[in-house]
Design a protein around this ligand. Sequence first.
Ligand code: AHR
Length: 482
Amino acid sequence: MNHITFTPERKKAKISKYIYGQFAEHLGKCIYEGLWVGENSDIPNKNGIRTDVVEALKEINVPVLRWPGGLFADEYHWKDGIGPREKRKKIVNSNWGGTVENNHFGTHEYFELCKQLGTETYINGNVGSGTVQEMQEWIDYMSFPGESPMANLRKENGQEEGWNVDFFGVGNESWGGGGNMRPEYYADLYRQYQTFVRNYTDRKIYKIACGANIDDYNWTEVLMKNAAPFMDGLSLHHYALASEWEDKRPATGFPDEEWFSLIHSAYKMDEFITKHSTIMDKYDPEKRIGLIVDEWGTWLAVEEGTNPGFLYQQNTIRDAMIASITLNIFHKHADRVQMANIAQMVNVLQSMILTDGEKMIKTPTYHVFDMYQNHQDASLIDAVGETSDTISYTASIKEKTVTVSLCNYSITNEEEIVLEVNNESFGNIEAWVLAAKTTDAHNTFETPDNVKKEIYKGYSINESKLTLKMPPMSVVTIVAKN
Ligand code: AHR
């Protein structure tokens, strides 16, 4: 019997809403087609940005959007993406399929997208192939309120007011595709570049240093030792892989062992965060600096017939399990993890949305983000229990609303779980379930609602105890309002 007891008055860290952040790179059909179709497109759009996708994303409250990469960021020269679109430079997207990047989506279009989504901004700057001057001028262009050469250029391009740059990343994967640097070298470059990421208004830009890949603890050690006072956040990247040999395994039609190997790989996030946090604690015991998991999610084989450089993969109930388990891990580490950005928003890796021309579908991962919305900016609460190994759970409180989310990743077993709340009753309940009958259940453009959240009625309440029956391969969220 599974039993979990919650004590709402024992509040722990606040779960930053930014943990629900997303990432959109100039990669495959994420920006072009997925988000940007241009003003003259037949696909309904507002100022070139597709309306159906924005409407869907608004429903899940995206708090922050990282752009323009990824690897693309370290080859991106922002001046290519401003001014009249027909005059913008065409470049080769050498990281992602060698396609022509016409730069029609640039700085102005990104801020327009964020405005339409109601999301905060996270720009990733170019250290790998850019200069300090280029980065300094971009900050100036975006945010300088008065007269300056760059602010004047922005105004000439139609934007009078400076925009809010909320978060700024200084380089991406500088240990790899962002320059193959040693941590000592990058730490010095970080100190130099960030000096010129100036605050021109009262809104302080949150500066993020490039952090480690998975278990590269030496990177974190060197960065913290040499550059901690100059950063607000330090990043971490971890993708879940179904094979430890790093070959990409199919997103659908996989054997059961790959259900578990992918989940096992996703669970490593807990170990990575714990160990990186321990190093950070040594230099920053107050936990001022956030661990920013600005790339995470599943990395599977591309769909047959698609460009291998576009990273277009299907998204199944297995991805939903991973979204739920990973968000639960982030909650557990809410005292250190201040932001996370799933890779990526549309049509790339573990996306929220898939598009095909004018068609659009929401993925199972989208539904998990939808069901978890109440946890944004809530306080984690004390929860202790004994459960089967295939159950992952989390609970939070915001004002008087307690939200409990659970995942049962058993392929075969329904699990009965008793939730007990100390010193409270459950009050009014709203509950949701996302479940499927096959391990690779997913949505297609023909069957868009095959896997979607449904109202959940599989529970009963007896005073302070709520007993629920969780189907195999399911995510359940219980919202209790007092
Ligand atoms: O998200 C896809 C790629 O994965 C990003 O561009 C890069 O930062 C990472 O290796």
